[in-house]
Design a protein around this ligand. Structure first.
Ligand SMILES: *Cc1c(COP(=O)(O)O)cnc(C)c1O
Ligand SMILES: [Zn+2]
Length: 427
């Protein structure tokens, strides 16, 4: 730090930060060794290369203050690394999505009480709008020139839209074999969509290289990843608030990099520490597709060694073969008495149809994975069906239409006559 005008700080890298740029966040803290680094575009510990995580000096926060806030993630701004005037900066205002009581699905699966946290209704139809909104705030405060990401699809959609709304240049990188709807869903917002011939892990490696070479690029899930990741906490806060300031007994969460699962867990712990909910055990379950299940495989083998895999599944939004937070997912699922489970692509399709036909919610392959895993957890006795359970739907079915397009369709195609209709047997 060097001398700077009042209200400003100049970092060692020469970045000018205004006071309160990151709200109540205090530092970046290494998840492995506890070493602390000043808030900035850093993601790896200089001592041990462990992942950095935002730590805070929280003030007193009341339920009333939160309830008086906007109906989006900024109602929790005191608990996020964002400035107090965050609502003034154009952003997509994600969050506060519905928590549906899933009576039909519960009855179908034999669960006493089940809720679906439906994040498909976010501005770009996935939970990624939450994390991107926090990354965008960090990018702004750090005066980034370009807002970028490597993506399995949904992240590219969210970054491209948020960048457009914020008036900041975006460049988004995707695997070239990505579903067409997800490509179009990014390209409408930006003319800088780059399709890379390779899988997500190749795209991610390229992004890290560019982040190292280019000045002023904020890669949401690379060099501003600690800020990005905090956005997932809002899923946990909302579940608790929408249950009437209570924690559920069990939660089933999809796992790609594993960031979301670890942050929902962190959110529950913070709410307890802040006295906003009563402490109680919450069992946390991770869901993967068998064709990309490095964390589930390690869980079942009772080992901490996560072996990277080459993804081969229709659940492309979860297709990260080398998950950065996989080890923490294992820790959390084991410590809380949960589990990590995986389902085949056929079970993913079944999961999509099951949720659609019981609750009227059309989820994408990631949600099909999560619902498929929920069903398998019940069938294998790993989930306690007498406990209150929340399953998270992270994305929207229209983005992965092809997954079920051959499974469903018209029951009959008829001439426009009553007789023809009667002959279908539908009457
Ligand atoms: C990215 C994504 C996830 C998982 O995210 P991680 O935090 O990387 O585990 C889950 N569902 C959908 C739809 C996603 O796009
Ligand atoms: Zn460290």
């Amino acid at each position: 730090m060097s001398a700077a005008p009042e209200g400003l700080t100049v970092t060692e890298q020469g970045t000018v930060l205004r006071d309160g740029a990151f709200g109540n966040a205090r530092a970046l803290c290494c998840r492995e060794c506890g070493h602390e680094v000043a808030l900035g575009p850093h993601y790896a510990c200089p001592e041990c290369f462990g992942p950095l995580e935002v730590s805070y000096d929280f003030p007193t926060v009341t339920r009333e203050e939160i309830a008086a806030g906007p109906r989006n993630i900024w109602r929790y701004k005191a608990l996020l690394p964002v400035p107090t005037d965050i609502e003034q900066s154009p952003n997509t205002e994600p969050g506060f999505t519905r928590l549906l009581e899933a009576r039909n699905l519960a009855a179908e699966l034999g669960i006493d009480k089940l809720w679906v946290k439906d994040d498909s209704t976010n501005p770009t139809n996935s939970f990624k709008d939450r994390v991107v909104a926090c990354a965008l705030s960090a990018a702004r405060e750090l005066h980034a020139k370009v807002f970028a990401c490597p993506s399995t699809g949904n992240l590219a959609n969210a970054v491209a839209a948020a960048g457009a709304r914020a008036g900041i240049k975006t460049v988004v990188f995707i695997p070239s074999n990505l579903e067409k709807p997800k490509q179009v869903n990014s390209a409408v917002y930006t003319d800088s969509l780059v399709a890379v011939e390779g899988n997500y892990d190749d795209v991610n490696k390229l992004a890290s290289e560019i982040a190292g070479e280019e000045e002023g690029w904020a890669f949401v899930n690379v060099n501003v990843r600690p800020f990005y990741a905090e956005g997932s906490k809002t899923l946990g806060y909302e579940i608790a608030e929408q249950l009437g300031w209570r924690l559920p007994d069990q939660v089933v969460i999809p796992v790609a990099s594993g960031s979301q699962l670890t942050k929902v867990h962190k959110a529950f712990q913070e709410l307890v520490k802040l006295g906003l909910v009563d402490d109680k055990p919450v069992r946390i379950f991770g869901a993967q597709a068998t064709g990309c299940s490095p964390v589930s495989t390690a869980y079942k083998a009772d080992t901490d060694a996560i072996r990277p895999v080459k993804p081969d599944t229709i659940a492309k939004s979860l297709a990260i073969g080398n998950p950065a937070d996989g080890i923490y997912v294992l820790d959390i699922c084991r410590e809380t008495g949960g589990a990590v489970e995986d389902v085949t692509d056929d079970e993913v399709r079944e999961g999509i149809l099951l949720l659609a036909r019981t609750e009227g919610v059309f989820t994408e392959t990631a949600g099909g994975t999560t619902v498929g895993v929920l069903k398998k957890l019940v069938e294998t006795g790993q989930l306690d069906t007498t406990l209150e359970t929340v399953v998270i739907n992270t994305g929207m079915g229209l983005k992965t239409l092809d997954a079920v397009a051959d499974e469903v369709g018209p029951a009959a195609t008829i001439k426009p006559s009553y007789g023809a209709f009667v002959s279908t047997g539908l009457v």
